[in-house]
Design a protein around this ligand. Structure first.
Ligand SMILES: C[S@@+](CC[C@H](N)C(=O)[O-])C[C@H]1O[C@@H](n2cnc3c(N)ncnc32)[C@H](O)[C@@H]1O
Length: 484
């Protein structure tokens, strides 16, 4: 057995060994050993692909992994034949080459299943192979390793994938768009959705996030009730409201807002985070409130929601409420289209969020705040930091009528030190996790490590700036509403 954490040494040792086997006429051993190295390399490429490729591509690959593993085993336990099947069916080599701009060269012409057959005949049927066959397999292996960066396999594979992320950031620097880079390989077909972006890596379970969401909830209470009142006035005293809160996390905002309203008959809260939904079920003991773990971006979202609606009497929702949720989606447009189908005619969608473009600060002598905001935009996996400016367009485009925008301004001028600190926490702390996730994902990427370290230090400085009574910070709260 080879130690799992030393792939480079494994590869070096193996190549020397295989060459020896060919030289000493042990051709079948050389083929079997070459296949073992192919396995190591394929598994490494797979591991890197599922953290680096676009959301849709990853979905395709994982689906095929599930199919081949029959739901009982994952790629780690796949044999050579299964790995080749996975790569062939998911076109993983092409996706990888496309993603990294690598030229596969002769490898493109290689039918890996012929190597699987040769290996199976040797292992299972006991046949011996020729020097020519062993040489071909060995040469293809060396070719693959050369393309990857043979001398430092682990490093090279990681680097070759992180190169893409750097490109994303560089493109952004010159005015490119991260959203467009994240588009899946469409094999020459016209782009159908330019707003498709990478899904955010946010988790509401992260340390301190519950506290931050509580602070945020308090800060946005005023605008929420202003909007609810506006809708209630417009809908002429409508009662028995059924509300769907999407991305409700542990239900704190859900309960805080809707338990106070006599007009509310039933509230369904949904979130992708099972842990948070379980917390909501355990803590909110009110018959009107129900919580479900649901991925709003899942292909079966409408079917799932239909069964939930049926379970609760079959009536569509009067309101759909989305507080700080749609900026995490890969495809907010599709989500808004789907949500519209769950709202009764004349019902409302209420979308709340913020936009880094409207946060201003002075003094910020070294542009720490400006840089922290700007860098967050570029981190692949961060939520859409410019989301609120898109609300009006997104709602109109997806068929909502009477779209209106509501705003609240908030600044530090009358805040005590505790409120100032809360404002800092709410606006900056979550950024840390995006940088941390990226630095951990790409340990060899110097720029990602430097930016992570820079942000850690910058956050300490920014926290102190907020405590200075002459410091000014202002942000805007945004809520958009639209009618079905
Ligand atoms: C920033 S939190 C907001 C929580 C709550 N609405 C609030 O205002 O405090 C965003 C929530 O959206 C959830 N979320 C993100 N993507 C989702 C998806 N595809 N389906 C369902 N929930 C999702 C996250 O799990 C998280 O709990």
């Amino acid at each position: 057995m080879y130690p799992k954490n030393e792939p480079n040494k494994i590869v070096d040792d193996k190549l020397g060994f295989i060459q020896n086997m060919i030289d000493s006429g042990e051709y079948d051993v050389a083929v079997k050993e070459s296949c073992t190295v192919f396995e190591i390399v394929f598994k490494k490429i797979f591991q890197q692909a599922i953290v680096s490729l676009s959301f849709r591509e990853r979905g395709e690959i994982l689906e095929i992994e599930r199919k081949i593993g029959k739901g009982t085993k994952g790629v780690e336990d796949f044999g050579f034949g299964e790995l080749v099947g996975l790569f062939r069916e998911s076109k993983l080599m092409d996706k990888w080459a496309n993603h990294t701009s690598k030229d596969l060269g002769l490898l493109r012409t290689l039918e890996f299943s012929s190597i699987v057959n040769l290996r199976n005949r040797i292992v299972h049927d006991g046949i011996t192979c020729s020097r020519g066959e062993a040489n071909i397999v060995y040469e293809y292996l060396r070719n693959l390793l050369a393309i990857l960066g043979f001398a430092d396999l682990e490093n090279m594979i990681n680097k070759s994938f992180s190169k893409k992320e750097e490109t994303v950031a560089n493109q952004k620097d010159i005015g490119g768009n991260k959203d467009e880079i994240a588009l899946p390989d469409i094999h020459g077909l016209p782009k159908v959705n330019k707003s498709l972006r990478e899904r955010s890596s946010y988790s509401s379970s992260k340390q301190d996030e519950a506290l931050r969401l509580h602070l945020q909830s308090k800060n946005y209470e005023e605008i929420d009730f202003k909007v609810f009142e506006h809708i209630l006035n417009e809908s002429d005293g409508e009662e028995h409201l059924r509300i769907l809160d999407i991305g409700c996390a542990s239900g704190h905002v859900t309960y805080d807002r809707f338990s106070k309203m006599n007009e509310v008959e039933k509230v369904i809260g949904i979130d992708i985070n099972r842990e948070k939904i379980e917390e909501a079920k355990a803590t909110i003991k009110d018959d009107r409130f129900h919580f479900y773990t649901v991925d709003i971006e899942d292909n079966n979202f409408l079917e799932t929601m239909d069964s939930i609606i049926q379970k609760h009497g079959g009536r569509k929702f009067d309101w759909v409420f989305a507080a700080f949720t749609i900026h995490h989606f890969a495809n907010p447009t599709r989500a808004l289209l789907n949500l519209r189908k769950l709202i009764k005619p004349g019902g409302y969608i209420i979308v709340r969020g913020s936009d880094d473009g409207s946060k201003i600060a002075y003094p910020d002598e070294y542009n720490l705040i400006g840089t922290a905001l700007e860098l967050t935009q570029k981190v692949a996996g961060a939520s859409d930091r410019e989301n609120a400016r898109k609300f009006f367009h997104q709602l109109r485009k997806t068929g909502y009528k009477k779209v209106e925008m509501f705003y609240n301004f908030r600044d530090t001028t009358k805040m005590n030190s505790e409120d100032r600190n809360n404002l800092f926490q709410e606006n900056f702390i979550f950024r840390y996790n995006y940088f941390k996730n990226r630095a951990e994902k790409f340990p060899d990427n110097e720029r990602f490590q430097t930016e992570y370290k820079w942000l850690k230090d910058a956050l300490d400085e920014i926290e102190l700036m907020f405590l200075d009574e002459s410091f000014y910070f202002q942000e805007i709260h945004y809520v958009a509403i639209g009618k079905r």
